[in-house]
Design a binder for this molecule. Structure first.
Ligand SMILES: Nc1nc2c(c(=O)[nH]1)N[C@H]1C(S)=C(S)[C@@H](COP(=O)(O)OP(=O)(O)OC[C@H]3O[C@@H](n4cnc5c(=O)[nH]c(N)nc54)[C@H](O)[C@@H]3O)O[C@H]1N2
Ligand SMILES: Nc1nc2c(c(=O)[nH]1)N[C@H]1C(S)=C(S)[C@@H](COP(=O)(O)OP(=O)(O)OC[C@H]3O[C@@H](n4cnc5c(=O)[nH]c(N)nc54)[C@H](O)[C@@H]3O)O[C@H]1N2
Ligand SMILES: [Mo]
Length: 762
């Protein structure tokens, strides 16, 4: 096994830009590291191209005028990860009991490569054993059918295609519940709730084209260099046009500082880099609401002065009057906010905020791009609404080059919602589905991720079926969750590689290996294509061509169909087999359920750049109760949801540049200069001195939620880092054991992973 961890971890500042030669070198290491054949290079050439496959990494849009290689370092890693020649075979499981594997790290678990056979857990030996597909489906059917519909959960992770997601959500509803939590519940649900309330649509209204028309960008809490690197091309083009990019992030993220295009021979040869951010504000974790109130305060002040002097206004009074409600209440709260409170909560000076406000006040079209640094807070929904407030003050929604731009995570996470993966009745055309399939669909709200965790812990959830993902590792409160999971009657995991969730069996447990999106998917009518929706609501076809990792794999639609046939009574209106034989018939069914979005779905499947599903906010049609865009008066200045206290820190849980969520590719977080370990605790030097700790000292963290429950993790290496005082950084998912399940965003229930109250124990 390739050992990437080292006894002498290195932490030293990284001096290069994002992209550049480092990225190319990293790529040269990736292919051998993942044990892929040279043919993988051919597959990389097909990534994100019409008639190719959509990248399995992030959800950033794929342009119509694509480059010869439309991928990035991270996309290449994700592709190589799936195309590895290594295999986790039944022989592997003969050698390793689950008790032993539970001692392994996430990285080591996935290092044996792709799963090859359907597996049944055998409690007598504590091992997985190969079984036939027929046995697996029959046993799952027999175990699930007698359970009360409400006690069964159907989780899915956002990589799954639109076709498989549609079938899966239909199966859940026909079984009798909407217990359809997905990774979005831990991710951009604050966006889906916040944008819907503010501007009437749950998704961002902007598109790639808007990058050509904006003259300033506000960038909040998204680490573009690691998590959506293809966007660096758009940002660089903006910078070349002189667009100002103002960043708010507690950490100095390299991708937000400098970038060299690894695909441009000229930039590479001349070592020329583009400065990305023109202003960089190291806001405190949880300080964005305060920072935005500060900017708004300047705008209001300057607008007052402009009116008094008879000069052109700073606020877009016409937009506010014609298109919005709630402005007076919002402005009152902005006027009432004290600068001393704003400075303290944001961790920024008034002068720094003024600098940002000056640029914003001058710009004619502004995009506000954001990620998990905004959504994963107790006040995550409010933070999203504050971004909308700020944009609305100057009419920056519904015109070219302007608007909120959430950067979605998984490659089809937004699309899953479009085709019914949701616990919320109001998001599905229930009557349409009932008419189409002749059954009574449930109206009761289903369980989201946080509610599923509660249910697993209190025993009311009896079965979890997971279409992808690593639920037990990605959720908060991993201690009690791991204890409770074995009490489940049924645990079924559909996956491509072994992960920690698979090591916690229920009474009846199956691990079902499936095809990845890059692999050829041949059914009765021939090779099939699937589709995904990107962050800007464009829908793309995807055709895998690589040889499957094992002849025993089934596709996700095929697995869902077989499960449905076992757990549901027969229904002549749903011909699961016909759908699997020809996926274009699934798309016809999707089009019938959602005619407006999916008109001519099969015909438009491979439209270059994807086909856009439209967005009413982009046309300034507001689908809110008031039929206007709605300002929100903030309830406070901090988004953490807890008070500051002596010795209490705000822990930010982060992704490294060498992971995809719970998949750990390696131990090299290049941009942050960390090599050989994931146990770092990023900490401000002054805080280290004040706490009488030293560089490299090993400490433990304890949660400081004040709920009387002990949560602790040992073995963090104190690492001096440029991070605001009072804030700490550590990697997700290792730190998840410290997050209380009840520490989540109000309204959206997104776990508040970006400000966890903790104490350091030396
Ligand atoms: N290579 C790779 N690509 C990925 C993923 C991956 O793991 N690896 N994951 C995918 C998924 S599912 C998602 S959701 C996205 C995640 O992509 P991001 O949204 O970038 O998520 P994080 O890496 O968690 O980092 C969030 C950023 O927010 C900053 N931050 C933390 N707290 C605050 C705060 O209070 N305010 C502000 N302004 N900033 C803050 C952090 O310093 C960090 O730079 O990426 C997707 N793409
Ligand atoms: N503390 C903390 N916790 C977090 C976050 C955070 O920032 N901090 N981020 C949250 C976010 S944004 C998200 S999206 C979630 C992610 O939560 P999940 O989406 O549940 O987790 P992943 O790590 O993306 O899932 C990885 C597994 O998916 C399986 N897989 C990969 N490809 C395929 C495929 O094509 N088909 C199938 N069936 N399986 C496949 C593999 O077995 C792999 O082990 O985590 C959340 N948890
Ligand atoms: Mo995500």
């Amino acid at each position: 096994m390739a050992k990437q961890e080292s006894d002498k971890p290195e932490v030293k500042p990284f001096k290069g830009p994002a992209g550049g030669w480092g990225s190319v070198r990293s790529l040269a290491e990736i292919l051998p590291r993942e044990h892929v054949k040279a043919t993988a290079l051919k597959e990389l050439g097909r990534q994100n191209k019409p008639e190719g496959f959509t990248c399995v990494s992030c959800a950033w849009p794929k342009p119509a005028d694509h480059h010869p290689f439309e991928f990035c370092e991270e996309g290449a890693k994700a592709t190589a990860w799936e195309l590895t020649t290594l295999r986790t075979t039944p022989e592997f499981f003969e050698q390793h009991a689950l008790a032993e594997l539970r001692e392994w790290k996430d990285y080591d678990l996935e290092q044996h490569g792709r799963l090859t056979h359907p597996l049944r857990y055998d409690a007598a030996t504590d091992k997985y054993q190969a079984c036939s597909w027929a046995e697996a489906f029959d046993a799952i059917g027999a175990a699930v059918t007698p359970l009360a519909p409400k006690s069964v959960v159907f989780y899915s992770s956002g990589r799954t295609s639109l076709e498989a997601s549609y079938m899966y959500s239909l199966m859940a509803r026909m079984f009798g519940n909407q217990n359809l939590p997905d990774s979005s519940n831990m991710c951009h649900e604050s966006t889906s709730v916040g944008l819907k309330a503010a501007i009437g649509v749950p998704v961002g209204p902007t598109q790639l084209e808007d990058f050509k028309h904006c003259d300033a960008i506000l960038f909040f809490g998204q680490n573009v260099g690691s998590n959506a690197p293809r966007m660096l091309h758009d940002l660089r083009d903006c910078r070349k046009r002189g667009v100002e990019i103002i960043t708010f992030n507690p950490l100095k993220e390299r991708g937000l500082e400098r970038f060299t295009n690894p695909q441009s021979p000229v930039e590479m040869a001349t070592l020329s880099e583009t400065q990305i951010s023109t202003q960089y504000h190291q806001v405190k974790a949880g300080g964005d609401i305060a920072a935005i109130v500060g900017i708004a305060k300047f705008l209001v002040e300057w607008d007052d002065a402009a009116q008094a002097a008879g000069e052109p206004r700073i606020l877009d009074a016409d937009f506010i009057r014609q298109h919005t409600t709630g402005f007076p209440e919002f402005v009152d709260s902005v006027r009432a906010a004290e600068w001393s409170d704003i400075e303290r909560e944001a961790g920024l000076t008034k002068a720094a905020i003024e600098e940002a406000a000056r640029v914003y006040a001058k710009a004619k079209a502004v995009m506000a791009i954001y990620g998990m640094g905004i959504t994963q807070h107790v006040k995550g929904v409010e933070s999203v609404r504050m971004i909308c407030n700020l944009l609305m003050m100057r009419g920056n929604i519904g015109k070219p080059g302007a608007g909120p731009t959430p950067v979605r995570g998984h490659s089809n996470v937004q699309g899953q919602r479009t085709v019914g993966i949701t616990e919320k009745t109001e998001l599905v055309p229930v009557e349409k589905i009932e008419a189409q399939y002749g059954f009574k669909a449930p109206r009761e709200k289903g369980l989201d991720t946080v509610e599923t965790c509660r249910g697993v812990i209190d025993g009311s959830v009896k079965a979890v079926i997971a279409l992808g993902g690593n639920f037990l590792r990605a959720v908060p409160e991993t201690g009690p969750m791991e204890e409770a999971w074995p009490r489940l009657d049924v645990s079924v995991q559909i996956a491509t590689k072994l992960n920690r969730n698979h090591l916690f069996p229920g009474r009846v447990t199956y691990l079902l290996p499936c095809l990845g999106r890059i692999e050829e998917d041949v059914q009765a009518t021939g090779p099939q294509a699937v589709s995904t929706e990107d962050s800007t609501s464009c829908i793309h076809g995807s055709r895998g061509k690589a040889k499957p990792a094992s002849p025993h794999l089934l596709s996700e639609p095929a697995i869902v169909a077989e499960l449905a046939k076992r757990i549901l009574p027969p229904n002549p209106k749903v011909d699961w087999d016909a759908w699997v034989a020809d996926y274009s018939r699934i798309r016809d069914a999707i089009e019938e359920t959602y005619p407006a979005v999916f008109k001519d779905y099969n015909k438009r499947l491979f439209t270059p750049g994807g086909f856009w599903k439209g967005n009413k906010a982009a046309e300034r049609i507001w689908l809110t109760p008031s039929k206007k865009a709605e300002f929100l008066r903030p309830t406070g200045l901090s988004s953490t949801g807890f008070e500051d206290a002596e010795g209490r820190f705000r822990l930010v849980t982060l992704r490294s540049n060498d992971q995809f969520n719970t998949t750990i590719y390696g131990y090299h977080d290049r941009f942050r200069g960390v090599k050989g370990t994931r146990d770092v605790l990023f900490m401000n030097r002054e805080d280290i001195a004040e706490a009488r700790l030293s560089d490299g000292q090993i400490v433990a963290l304890e949660s400081d939620a004040g709920d009387g429950k002990a949560r602790r993790r040992e073995g963090f290496i104190v690492t001096p880092y440029d991070i605001p005082r009072g804030c700490l950084g550590a990697y997700y998912p290792e730190a998840n054991v410290l997050i209380p399940v009840e520490h989540h965003a109000e309204q959206s229930h997104v776990p508040a992973a970006k400000s966890v109250p903790v104490r350091i124990v030396a």
